[in-house]
Design a protein around this ligand. Sequence first.
Ligand code: NAP
Ligand code: ZN
Length: 354
Amino acid sequence: MTKTLGYAAHNATAPLDLFHFERREPGPRDVQIEILYCGVCHSDLHTARDEWHNTLYPVVPGHEIVGRVTQVGAEVHGFKAGDLAGVGCLVDSCGTCPECREGLEQFCPSFTLTYNSPDPSTGKMTYGGYSNRIVVDEGFVLRVSEKLDLAAVAPLLCAGITTYSPLRQWNVGPGQKVGVVGLGGLGHMGVKFAHAFGAEVVLFTTSPGKTADALRLGADEVVISKKPDEMRRHLASFDFILDTVAAPHDLDAYLELLKRDGTLCLVGAPENPHPSPTVFNLIFKRRRLAGSLIGGIRETQEMLDFCAEHDIVSDIELIPIQQVNAAYERMLRSDVKYRFVIDMASLKPEGGGD
Ligand code: NAP
Ligand code: ZN
């Protein structure tokens, strides 16, 4: 076992703090990675505070991981020591079910998540990327280009793939009018991808102060969702809307903006359910209400390669790990431009939380 240092939540209300634990030694198919950067996803906060009612403590969050390979097992061929590597939300799956065979490991009924998931290799729970190293099966390690800003690549591993995948699934492209709801970690990547795919992009926000940024990031228009007259101007005009909001809200406000056969796709996963939308907004125009979960490993690599080719990274605020609790509070106030990323060089055996 390898001694590992991380930051953990020990219960739903205490701040995250230093935590010593052990990782397995790399097995024949494993890659050991020294973590350089880890993004701060709203899912980390939901989990640290047990908002999804499934957290086993202590929990070490973090699933937007970028680092350098330090060691590989004898059967690993795709990586060697010194390579850059990324790890997202998944570290294992059964490999044999229909979903895994299609490269859709995120729908495998027995996948292993990067944190807060039973770990078949230790019998304990998996611990995530708020830590100095991780050991992952080669099949779940992503290749990362040397040419992009590494800290800004980290959020691609969750926020990136979670927005890229549904936009691809619904064939978003030129000639389409596409909405993105919420300009946070996911939302700002949704705007960048929808713009890169050639769609007309409208950003819906509750924060008027984000308008200029949204236009800079690739939105053609910004709508303040709290203003009914601004919303009404877009009635029945969208092909696709991606909803990234982390809190319950009125879905009818967006369903009625869809054209016939348009789709509202939810990726935000709030603690409490959204109020049920009215069926009439669905049946009269054959509209669809859908959802999407991260993306498979193959598609995550495709997304990373697309980003390297098109110079797409996340807009980040780099923080030392001692500020992660303050970052959670700011994220709750929608006050982040647009993803916090932890600089893991700040993680030291002494010195606790902020
Ligand atoms: P985030 O950075 O906090 O962004 C969420 C955005 O939602 C905020 O910036 C804000 O945008 C908007 N918002 C927040 N509270 C709101 C409210 N009460 N009403 C309306 N809008 C509100 O979070 P994130 O990391 O992007 O994650 C978003 C959600 O997606 C979380 O629930 C997370 O767990 C989930 N998630 C799902 C997947 C998946 O696979 N489906 C993957 C990753 C994360 P404005 O200021 O622009 O209004
Ligand atoms: Zn995430």
